[in-house]
Design a protein around this ligand. Sequence first.
Ligand SMILES: [Zn+2]
Length: 433
Amino acid sequence: MYDLVVRSHRTVTPEGERPLAVAVRAGRIAALHDHAAPLETAEDVDLRDLVLLPGLVDTHVHVNEPGRTDWEGFATATRAAAAGGVTTIVDMPLNALPPTVSVAALEEKLRAAEGQCHVDVGFWGGAVPGNLDDLRPLHDRGVRGFKCFMSPSGVEEFPHLAPEEIREVMAGLAGFGGLLVVHAEDPALLGECAGPGYAAFLRSRPGAAERSAVERVVRLARETGARAHVLHVSSADCLDVLEAAQADGLPVTAETCPHYLTLTEEDVPEGDTAYKCCPPIRSAANRDRLWDGLARGVLNCVVTDHSPSTADLKVPDFAAAWGGVASLQLGLRAVWTEASRRGHGLADVARWMSAAPARLAGLRGKGGIEPGNDADLVAFDPDAAEPVDAHRLHHKNPVTPYQGRRLKGAVLTTWLRGRPVDDVPYGTFLLGA
Ligand SMILES: [Zn+2]
């Protein structure tokens, strides 16, 4: 006797799309049966030709609560996540106040999030100058790894690390198997943004700055043995560096984001700083090369880097505006729109947006439709297509570069541990191993 059975001719498993019946008991996937198998169950849902996806895992989300809750908060972020097919987020250690750089700060965040989460939530810790002794206690309390910046972060309470400090952090993490996730831009190669337009902004953050920083990360991984993950790769000039490191067997992985895979500098309307993020959205040719890096597995994760702010900080001046793209609810549709155009299937999308991020953050029980995993499931209509209306999203602030863009796909139902996500928040914290 099962609690729930969800049937689909297009169930996306790690082996590809299959006609299957996913049987759920006590919040977990108990078994996979033939699509039409007669099963004893409390509830039986047949999606027929609609797709059943594993819940997505977005390991790059800035929730901003406590402290900047007017930018985004746990209730709105996790509501948006579920509506976008995301059943697990991992919250970044910065932009909330205090930043998650000590156990006390993490406890404060847990208190703020308590009872508000509509999806499961994990947490990254932060590595900043002077908190080396906080890393092991944060790891023991259950953060999934540590984020650091190699260049100024955009908020003064989360300073970047100097090269020597990164080496110390990585040596420390290597001692307990910790993971470093890195914002990789070399400050020596970043310039002033000389003007309000997009071209000036782009010139101030060249691909060479990313490439140089990634080279350093690779050197330090080789030297210290620590695991490192490069966040939000925007410049395809990093790909050969990453590929060579991976070919050498170094534990270096990398992600990119929906906006780098779908938007281009040519798309940015005059003064529309909803498109401003660091590193920046680059050329169409660069975007094609990122897709190639993804297809070859040099980039393994696609996560949103959802980093919203209030609308007033998105002034129409690329030098002055807040840098961050809001897209938590739209990542799946954005990526699917472009992926399908390029001949990729939903099994690829599930690998990039669910399996690989779950593995990165060490989230056992997440990331795929397989017996034993949590029954995090998404009913998805791959052929729907509708323009985005930012005011109808669950994001707290209706600012997104996808406004008005016609995106493919619609999330119809999201189940978290076998239960449809609704108004009652029952997400849990994913702390620990
Ligand atoms: Zn970020």
